[in-house]
Ligand binder design. Structure first.
Ligand SMILES: NC(=O)c1ccc[n+]([C@@H]2O[C@H](COP(=O)([O-])OP(=O)(O)OC[C@H]3O[C@@H](n4cnc5c(N)ncnc54)[C@H](OP(=O)(O)O)[C@@H]3O)[C@@H](O)[C@H]2O)c1
Length: 358
């Protein structure tokens, strides 16, 4: 039934006429992720009957365009979820913690982009290409994973299923938009100032951003030396894969790129494997596109990954550092505002709708 409903949604989408559907709220609609959620709902012809846009008092009086209409942005409060079936949250942890339970109590299913509930046992942490079946067990809240975890783990899943991955070493190259609209604006402003020879004092990033890179701007654990972003990648990847023993060592770094995160990955599998085998597996993997042109030195780049649904994968090569032949190195790039956040959330919501209708 779930697949039949999905087919109905797809058929309606092709015809350009959305059927009657659920009432949807987007919390954080004015933010970097929020505006992409609106675009995804529009371009995927999400079958909604009503759309409510919510943000902070800073956005009072604003409107956002959706399907040719200007929709007013409302200020989020305790009564915002009356009559709402699905609430897509992307307004930070504190807002999710305060308002997601209120939305659930009002009868909505919450898909949350923040990290507030990701590691709670009763909350499914979902990348639909990997563990869509988990959605059925939700108790009102479904969490969208960390953006690096999604971009890195999506292409690794089909490899893991064929030849279990035991260990992953990764280094991320994370875009400014991962830090929200304000960090993106600061990358523009600081670059302009740098080129004009003007002084610039960072207000959002912890260090000068233009022509620089820095260790991820999250809290560092004094004991281990890992930052919160890296710990999220470790714990959430294990939960998504259902593999509590998966060994992961991440290094997360912000780079002066506006959009799309890149990740260098070295994976160690249970059995020996080859780049050809990995390429073959990835060639049919959903949500993955191989960009691996050795002759042309053309591999995944954030500029190509931006505004694309697929995660780009390339530089697929034998890890020369492992003589056993069990390790492979890869480089991936994926739009963290889309597959790493908005698109993944809307894909989850589509499955929730399909299930309710089934
Ligand atoms: N950016 C990414 O690539 C990414 C990826 C995965 C997950 N996430 C997560 O998604 C969430 C949003 O990130 P973002 O990058 O979109 O941030 P952002 O650009 O800073 O946008 C934040 C949004 O939340 C709203 N907001 C903030 N405080 C609020 C409050 N007290 N009440 C109501 N609305 C409030 C803002 O409204 P105003 O405009 O009115 O201030 C804005 O719409 C975060 O939890 C983040 O960790 C982000």
């Amino acid at each position: 039934m779930l697949q039949e409903r999905q087919d109905e949604i797809d058929a309606a989408r092709r015809q350009g006429a959305p059927p009657e559907g659920p009432s949807v709220a987007v919390v954080g609609a004015t933010g970097a992720v929020g505006v992409e959620i609106l675009r995804c709902l529009e371009t995927r012809n999400f079958p909604l009957s009503r759309l409510r846009l919510l943000a902070s008092p800073r956005s009072a009086g604003k409107t956002l365009a959706f399907r040719g209409r200007d929709i007013p942005v409302e200020i989020l409060d305790e009564n915002s979820f009356e009559g709402i079936d699905i609430a897509l949250f992307s307004a930070g942890c504190a807002t999710s913690r305060q308002f997601a339970p209120i939305a659930v109590k009002a009868g909505a299913v919450v898909v949350d982009n923040s990290s507030a509930f990701r590691m709670e046992k009763t909350v499914p942490l979902v990348v639909p290409e990997i563990n869509a079946a988990e959605i059925a067990s939700h108790q009102g809240i479904i969490a969208n994973p960390n953006c690096v975890a999604i971009v890195a783990m999506l292409p690794l899943w089909p490899i893991h299923r064929s030849n279990p991955i035991r260990r992953i070493v990764l280094a991320s190259y994370q875009a400014a938009s991962g830090g929200g609209a304000a960090m993106m604006a600061e990358l523009y402003d600081s670059t302009r100032a740098f080129l004009d020879g003007r002084d610039f004092t960072p207000a959002v990033a912890p260090h000068p951003y233009a022509f620089n890179l820095f260790s991820h701007n999250s809290r560092i654990d004094a004991a281990t030396g890992y930052n919160d972003e890296e710990i999220k990648v470790i714990l959430e990847s294990r939960k998504i894969f259902g593999a509590p023993d998966l060994q992961i060592s991440p290094t997360c770094v912000r780079v002066p790129v506006l959009r799309a995160h890149s990740v260098a990955l070295t994976i160690e599998c249970e059995r020996a494997t080859t780049p050809e085998e990995i390429r073959e597996i990835l060639s049919t993997a959903p949500g993955v596109k191989i960009v691996d042109d050795r002759a042309g030195n053309y591999f995944p780049m954030p500029k190509d990954a931006s505004r694309q649904d697929d995660v780009l994968v390339g530089r697929i090569r034998q890890d020369l550092g492992d003589p056993t032949g069990r390790s492979i190195a890869l480089f991936v790039a994926g739009d963290q505002l889309l597959k790493g956040a908005a698109l993944n959330a809307v894909q989850i919501a589509e499955r929730v709708v399909a299930k309710v209708a089934a």
